[in-house]
Ligand binder design. Sequence first.
Ligand SMILES: [Zn+2]
Length: 164
Amino acid sequence: MAGLAVESTKRALYYYGPSILTQQYWEDHKRDANGKLTPGWMDRLQAAPGPHKDKSKDPHAAGRALDIVLFARNPQEKDYADRIVQVFLSLKQKLKFISVVYNLWEWNGSGSKFPHIDEEHKTHIHIEWGQTGVGSSDFASDLEDALYQEFAGGNMRSGDYAAG
Ligand SMILES: [Zn+2]
């Protein structure tokens, strides 16, 4: 079971983030319950350990992390991801995450940025809380407001809304 901070962030992104986060994507490395590789559609907001992860020492298994699947090789998805990271950083004092990782960079809880070189995080933002921080969702309304401010206009400019 994911912690409060993870669930609240997931909900805020689903309802107030870019609408692409409500859609599924094709995952080549999806595994079934028996660990067999069976590619298929997956949600973009993933709290559970994903197909690439070591379940025994993963913060996802402990309910302390959320993955937000936005491929850096797709310019539109990378733009959304960069803006979500900025929203997280702008609320770092309230969100109390211990790390955010995306596309070769990592930010710690105080917002300092340093290189994080791997292939895995070119496909998703990883946001992680510590044992204490994950138990709180005090930030929820601030995060929802910030995402709404950032993406309500952006979605319209991108033509996500049906005309009329
Ligand atoms: Zn992750």
